[in-house]
Design a protein around this ligand. Sequence first.
Ligand code: ATP
Length: 341
Amino acid sequence: MTQHTVVLIAGDGIGPEVTQAVQRILEAAKAPVVWEEHPAGLAALERDLDVLPESTIEAIRHYGIALKGPCTTPVGKGFSSVNVQLRKQLDLYAAVRPVRTLPGVETRFEDVDLVIIRENTEGLYSGVENEVTPGVVMSMKVASDRGCRRIAHWAFRYATQRRREKITVFHKANIMKLTDGLFIRMAAEEHQREYPNIGYQEAIIDAGCMRLVQDPSQFDVLLLENLYGDVVSDLCAGLVGGLGVVPGANIGETQAVFEAVHGSAPDIAGKGVANPLALLMSAVMMLNYLADNRNDDACRSCAVKIRDAYDQALTDGCKTGDLRGELGTNEFADAVIERLS
Ligand code: ATP
């Protein structure tokens, strides 16, 4: 059986707890992966390394795949976000975040099944900020033909491959006529040029958010620029049980980094109560990616086995505190392992 080397970044805060739990589950499921651990974030700074060491980037370039715990991003000062740097340096331009209702997790809606596709490299995350004059600061929102077109193309191809029916672009082109205007123009062009069979809609983001919380079943795949994608991901997490249950993938042409939508949650770090499910679901996405891109059926069957096991654990009422359950991180991992068939 082929063994895939995966770069593992444990991350900060709850990162090490949830990555260890996920590693344990993948090992029990006999996933055909071997881990090569590399530092990033506070863990790297503590070892007198750069916050995102070149050796970590090089390892991901070399192996093409990583599973990453959350890295702390300080607000207002200090180093720039590891997550943003990683996505930019590796040009991981497509963030994919499936949001679905889970068995045994009661929420306001019963059948949420959305996929968020977020442009990961442009928008207000360009990091270009300056002081125009004392008391006036500015942040630059960047959109390029190439960046907008490639994410639109990626989204339509994804929707086609996954038999999704409709893409809705959230935007604010009524105000940001050039940047968001370009984003929707490229999406509409890609739709007409190559994917007329997929439904296509545009929604102004404020009204779109209201419609999302009223009735998420109106939507299928959401396509958003960087900042809107960040915000709407957390909103959608709230529709299905919170940040502990939404996985993510950051995908480029030749590399992919899988990580949960949540951050390092310092308020609960070290207490053994964090939900490892979002990272576990990200690991399942990683196995499916390996199956698709390296033609490896063993990865696909392992992904199915793990998904069935955590669905069963949830159905049986095994839940962490964020889902109003009583299990800790490791107990939940044990419950999943017990259900691996
Ligand atoms: P970032 O700025 O890095 O995106 P954030 O501000 O979105 O981070 P998070 O760290 O993602 O904040 O988490 C917000 C809150 O949600 C945490 O304080 C924590 O209480 C809860 N939370 C997040 N992830 C989990 C998890 N895996 N299990 C349980 N609770 C979580």
